[in-house]
Write a protein that binds this ligand. Sequence first.
Ligand code: UDP
Length: 326
Amino acid sequence: MRVLITGGAGFIGSHLAEAYLDKGDEVYIIDNLSTGSLDNIAHLKEKGSYQKRLFVQVDSILNRDAMLELIGTCEVVHHLAAAVGVEYILDKPMESITTNIQGTEVVLELCNKFKKRVLLASTSEVYGKHTHAPLVETDNIIYGPSSKFRWSYAASKLMDEFMALAYYRTTGLQVTIARLFNTVGPRQTGAYGMVIPRLVRQALKNEPLTVYGDGQQTRTFTDVKDVVWAFMRLAENESSCGQVYNIGGLEEVSILELAQRIISLCNSGSEIQLIPYDKAFGKDFEDMQRRVPGIEKIESLIGFSPKIDLHAILARVIDYMRKHNK
Ligand code: UDP
């Protein structure tokens, strides 16, 4: 099978590419390297048996001609190319909206034209600022005002979901939407705000761990291996078309507790430094206080249940960062 992964040189995309190559498929990647990197797929290009089955194009998904050819060639499309990371969004607000909305428009329009199967990576961010748990796919969505730019990411991904569902309803496009809850694993960079690689790097260097706010905000982390497994099963499953699925872990943890666990697992002498949100992001920032997925829907469809718990996730990331001197 020929699989196209937009954003395939990114953290999640590169793991997905590897899993399809392991299975014997041909993998086509398009990535503009905005947050992705060719380093993420260098090990795949070096592997003899993969070389002939891996095709990498450094380009933007906004390049319709390039996308026309790629989507025309492939049977399945995993659309992961997006502006991600809170810091990236705040830093490049216009570019983020354009990539997320116009880019997805191109992908969906061409998948519809060629009648190709497509999986759209969305985010738990679309739920907005709920404090209840768990969040289920039918929950209402609550955002802050447009002056708080964080919500532009949620709104742009929500618009992607609307476009996908509109195609499904009007033309029968075979599209499935996956909402990811804080995916973590080897190769993720802390450069755009992602908390685990960032705190692990600080702990390994015996620097203070930067915990924003009072650290009582919670998240539920998911290992990239579990996410890849779910993406591949969803793409194979026709009854997932026109549906939205949460993909997430099981253990809710506060960021303060996370920092303490990282210090202990790294045997680090670091201290924890609480940094007010306005110092970290400016006065117009608003965080999500709680984010826990309900996963019954995906569990009953494909038997998804995360195999890698938070302890193992942290151990994997620490091991990777130690080995690669990150
Ligand atoms: N965070 C933190 N210190 C950091 C980076 C992030 O305390 O150096 C917090 C952030 O404010 C949020 C949580 O960790 O409450 C998760 O942040 P991340 O950017 O990883 O993902 P988000 O869930 O915000 O998309």
